[in-house]
Design a protein around this ligand. Structure first.
Ligand code: SF4
Length: 359
């Protein structure tokens, strides 16, 4: 089976070229043509000798997806469903700009997937119901960006690994994709405009800090205590809460990059005055901001037990929560409920596609 050329970083492509008796400098030419001019076949790379174009055609594939579908929301959100070569389905979501100030008005953020399905089974998440299928390759990660840019006809300004899967459990491929996406020669995305959002895999947070990748880190916190966090995110039980926050402090000490805490607000569960105090105390341990996220219900998954009790906090409650955090000098932002008129919850479109394929 042919490898996908988008799984190769520049040094890896140079190694390949040497192995087929071609000069290393061709690697940059190939990168330019694939990622800047977006050729669809190796034959289109006119500045390469025909013999090398033939070698590339024999040895590599250039695209990762069989097909793509999209759903457009009236608020500007676009949800993409990509079918991979093995038939797995993954999602990416283009989030419209949520800011009104001029500097941020043209922001186009794409939320991308790192795995097909997910093993962590968070109670509030539809992707968890899909179960884990496999890690995505670097090319399948990078191709989400290229496919969406092609469809919308403009460049993305921000990327966040917050779609299907836990990126830090696919560390090597995510790292390689980051290396390709931020390569200064092709600059698909600017350094630090790429965020990795994790459910809190401590050893990998440490590794991310040590590797000093050009990314920002977001922690899906969602609860200010270990007891509630374990209920919402069963994987949290593997590590102590204090150790998780210490790993975030370590990350900041090593990278000097402020951290984001993601916090979905559930009615009556984590939206009380005592939660605000605890959350503010945690957020002050490193330079950080808190993103308050409305809950997209997952009733379509027929949840049972604790998951069936989860209700979204009201808009008014989220506004109040934010104001109280600001009073305590904690920077916080309220994310809008993007794409409520389409299959908005993470994993919803992929789950629907899986069910349709089974019928
Ligand atoms: S919220 Fe993220 S980590 Fe949790 S099950 Fe969903 S995709 Fe996996």
């Amino acid at each position: 089976m042919k490898r996908n050329i988008k799984n190769l970083t520049i040094p890896e492509l140079q190694d390949y070229l040497v192995s087929v008796s071609e000069p290393k400098y061709r690697a940059n030419q190939i990168f330019q043509k694939i990622y800047v001019q977006r050729v669809a076949t190796f034959d289109e790379i006119a500045n390469l000798p025909k013999s090398l174009r033939q070698k590339l055609t024999n040895d590599f594939d250039i695209s990762s997806f069989n097909s793509s579908k999209s759903q457009h929301s009236s608020d500007g959100t676009i949800k993409f469903l990509f079918e991979l070569k093995d038939g797995s389905a993954i999602e990416s979501v283009l989030i419209p700009c949520e800011y009104t100030d001029e500097a941020k008005k043209n922001r186009r953020t794409l939320c991308i997937s790192s795995q097909a399905g997910c093993s962590l089974n968070c109670t509030f998440c539809a992707t968890g119901k899909l179960k884990f299928k496999r890690n995505l390759s670097a090319s399948e990660i990078v191709d989400q960006v290229l496919a969406v840019e092609k469809q919308i006809g403009s460049k993305l300004t921000n990327i966040v690994f917050m779609g299907m899967g836990e990126p830090l459990l696919n560390y090597e491929n995510v790292k390689k994709a980051v290396e390709i996406l931020t390569n200064p020669e092709i600059q698909l995305i600017k350094k630090k405009k790429l965020t990795i959002s994790t459910a809190g895999i401590i050893p990998k947070i440490i590794q991310l800090a040590d590797d000093n990748l050009p990314v920002k880190l977001a922690l899906s916190l969602h609860a200010p205590t270990q007891d509630l966090r374990k209920k919402l995110m069963p994987s949290a039980g593997k590590w102590k809460f204090d150790e998780l926050i210490e790993s975030i402090e370590y990350y900041y000490r090593k990278t000097k990059t402020p951290v984001t805490f993601e916090y979905i607000l559930f009615e009556g569960l984590n939206d009380r005055p005592e939660d605000i105090k605890r959350l503010a105390k945690l957020a002050k341990r490193v330079p950080a901001k808190i993103n308050l996220i409305p809950f997209h219900t997952i009733e379509f998954t027929n949840p049972t037990g604790f998951a069936s009790e989860l209700k979204p906090a009201s808009k008014g409650k989220i506004q109040w929560f934010r104001k109280e955090l600001l009073k305590l000098d904690v920077q916080s932002f309220q994310r809008t409920s993007s794409g409520l008129d389409i299959d908005a919850a993470c994993g919803q479109l992929a789950l629907k596609s899986l069910r349709e394929n089974k019928q």
